[in-house]
Ligand binder design. Structure first.
Ligand code: FES
Length: 102
């Protein structure tokens, strides 16, 4: 298990998703009503950046083909997305957001 720093909390305003490069992969960080979540940024259906998508409640809609995922669990909830999205446990320490990777 490894804990990686992603960004400052203030870089992800409430209700938004932002993309960050952590080591060699892209991570989408979401601020949903002050709760912070992180997933892989790349859609499991194609090469789209989910942080460019649309947040509705606790879901993210992909901007390419409008499939969607449940952000806290990564579960696909709308076709054509059928493969779960990798989610990362988050921690906030002194205003920095960290993710836990295996
Ligand atoms: Fe995301 Fe197709 S690339 S729904």
């Amino acid at each position: 298990m490894t804990i990686l720093r992603v960004c400052r909390l203030i870089e992800v305003p409430e209700g938004e998703a932002k993309r960050f490069v952590v080591r060699n992969f892209d991570v989408a960080v979401y601020n949903l009503g002050g709760r912070v979540y992180a997933t892989d940024d790349t859609c499991t259906h194609g090469p789209s950046s989910l942080s460019d998508g649309y947040i509705e409640g606790d879901t993210i809609e992909c901007p390419f083909h409008y499939g969607s995922f449940h952000i806290p669990t990564g579960k696909p909830i709308k076709f054509p997305c059928t493969i779960p999205l990798q989610v990362y446990q988050t921690q906030i320490i002194d205003g920095d957001i960290f993710i836990v990777v295996n």
